[in-house]
Design a protein around this ligand. Sequence first.
Ligand SMILES: [Zn+2]
Length: 416
Amino acid sequence: MTGNPPASASRMTRSQMNSNLQMNGTRPVPASLAPGAALLSGNDPEGSAAPRPAIRTLFAALLLLAAAGCASPSPHPLDAFSPSAAAPACYDRATQPQTAIVDSHLHVRPFGGPPVPFDEIMGYLRETGVRFANIYGIGQMLPIDSPCTYYLDCIGTPVIPTLKNDFANAQSMLADPPDDIHLTLAMTFPDLSDPESVVAGIELLEDEFPGMFRWMGEVNLVKQALFGNGHVAVPRETIAAWAPFMRILRERDIPIAIHSDLGSEEEPTRFLPLMQEVLDRYPDNRVIWMHMGLSRELTTMPGADHIGLMESTLDRHPNLMLDITWRVIDDSYFSRAGEQHLYVDFLNRYSERILPGTDFLASSDKDFEVYRTELEVTSRILRFVDDEAFRNIALGENYFRLLGLDYEAPVVCGQG
Ligand SMILES: [Zn+2]
């Protein structure tokens, strides 16, 4: 049992909400204006408990009421990010959304069970002003006969790295590519403890979908949350055997986004040597460290210690970037009393090394409201960064540079 609502009820709520939003043509309501946002604050972006149906229905009604009476200015459309755009308008942080226009960490497939339909997720992006997104599967899936959509509901059941989600995503993009959202397709299949299979998988996807996969990740070096489902940390010796696939990634200019927990409350840097080994051994690969190494298993590290570690690692490894996705990071670190300013200062100083995103995971018990809330929460810290950092992180400049995309972030109005 998963405790999820019946799919039909959940789908009806979603489609009602989406059609209403499209009909109204309004913008999403900031979380601060959306009563009940706090009710969802325990929701886990990587797929655990969904909000209760009654709360969700109430929330949907309130959202629609608020949306109908609110006409906040739109974020820029996709073509405004083109360098050839005539007289590009500046971005007004006072009136336009404070949320990121890029979601570099979006799982459009779940661990198990049916996904939210692809075109519905495109609607979520459109409505929240997200114009660029990485399309992740999920690197590990529950067996097809599992009743679970989330691995923590089925402790003991192994989750297995598989190509299934990557195939499904490539097919979705071919079948119905949106013309107003730029998507980057990601390989999420790799089992980093089996490097030979990674090379084979890259070549298979390249044969089947030439040139479509421009990103690798999220892939797991060590993820403690999965220890109950058969995952073990990749042995340090195995990292040396990554050389063939890391070379392919370098040659094809494909970044690799790695989930690698720093450690636990008891041993905060227990696994740090694994990530250091990757960075030392492959200094010319573009590596993104997911969640800055943080997780539910490490929520009490002093911010100054964590920031110091991130700074020294970034300084030593110029091709490393950090992903600040997943609401656990905001809940446990960015919003921590007395320490928020430390992170704001850090993001300002290292603003060219940071990527934003939600870590939304599209299991069928999720809906538009969950996505909107996760975007709002994961973007919350960005309200406080300076204009240059906002442009680099929230308005996509880092993302465009990393992927060599022919787009340019707008200048923030009033920015020198
Ligand atoms: Zn993720």
